[in-house]
Design a protein around this ligand. Sequence first.
Ligand code: FES
Ligand code: FES
Length: 177
Amino acid sequence: MGKRHLDIALKVNGEDVHERVEARKTLVDFLRDDLGLTGSHIGCEQGVCGACTVLVDGEVVRGCLTLAVQCDGAAVETIEGISDSGAIADLQEAFQRRNALQCGFCTPGMLIGAESLLSHALLAEGGVPTRDMIRDHISGNYCRCTGYQAIVDAIESVAQTRAQAQVQVRAEKAGTR
Ligand code: FES
Ligand code: FES
């Protein structure tokens, strides 16, 4: 019996995508093979390592456990999208400065996970996540190289800088009223 294919329409990094995909194709394979977005990596293919992490409608998702057809109508963001927009420039700079990456295989997933934590923590609580919160949040992203300490340092430093910037913005707004 032939493979079943379906038409899907979704947004990927803000651009409309219409493709015919095999029903069983995973999201990460679709992104890499069909769209050439190879920043999302494939490690365990079992939902364990986090190398394939992307955002679907703003939620952190494992690209290896999600079928491309499940994303019909959704908005998908990959490491390419959030890098090109400049949204995580501070995180990328902090990862470099703090030696939070070596081989870089885990880094796209780590950055997406970190950004999702920082946006949620700052938006919801107006504060800086604790180191335990950071560790907990990235516990689903495996790194074979760094020992995690430098990654937590990098994320924590960006959280502090962003929180300070928020305080400054609020103070400026209060001063103009
Ligand atoms: Fe998806 Fe490891 S490749 S979690
Ligand atoms: Fe090599 Fe994390 S930097 S796996």
